[in-house]
Design a protein around this ligand. Structure first.
Ligand SMILES: [Zn+2]
Length: 73
């Protein structure tokens, strides 16, 4: 099994990777763009939005494993 690492990337590439993850999270996180089916609370998320939220969590978890700093605001 190959160990994942960003050690072979330049500092600039690591920063870009962090921005890439942040963009991906931003696209998935439903908190900023509730659809008409959603209530403004996590328990009220519709399934597609809940799936997006879970995917955003997976992006964050992967970034953490890789040691990538994500500017997640
Ligand atoms: Zn929704």
């Amino acid at each position: 099994m190959t160990t994942m690492t960003t050690d072979s990337l330049t500092e600039a590439q690591q920063i870009t990777l962090g921005q890439m993850v942040a963009d991906a999270i931003d696209r998935r996180e439903p908190g900023r763009r509730w659809c008409d089916d959603c209530q403004p609370a996590p328990a009220g998320l519709c399934q597609p939005c809940a799936d997006d939220f879970d995917q955003a969590d997976r992006y964050k978890a992967l970034a953490a494993v890789l040691g990538v700093e994500v500017d997640d605001q």
